[in-house]
Design a protein around this ligand. Sequence first.
Ligand code: DQA
Length: 144
Amino acid sequence: MARSLLILNGPNLNLLGTREPETYGSQTLSDIEAICQAAAKSAGFACDFRQSNHEGELVTWIQQARGTADGIVINPAAYSHTSVAIHDALRAVALPTIEVHLSNIHTREPFRHHSFVSPVAIGVICGLGATGYRLAIEALAEKL
Ligand code: DQA
């Protein structure tokens, strides 16, 4: 069976392209999905790319990843800064996970400087736009 990566995107990332392009760039979430599919394919992985505006749905998808995915790339968006539930789900499934942010959260408002996800990620990439997703997939593929 092909090895598989789960790529998760949190709230408001469905608005990419029109949402604060000076911060998040002009690429849409579909553009980013195409980059991820290509990167996963060339690394020999299948790629399940999803977005939700609902914390519980993201938690359910993380739980379901146990047994179906080999690794997770997640941009938890605003839930990075608030969600103990996503932290706990990632800790529970114990799959290698890389956290990605399009923007550099450390140069932004102080409330974005802390992430509940970072302590349960093997790595964190921020500030590189969509390239961060590609690098996360390459790093996970190497690790796996
Ligand atoms: C984000 C950064 C978060 O602080 C913000 O809430 C987002 C997007 C990023 O990709 O830069 O929605 O995760």
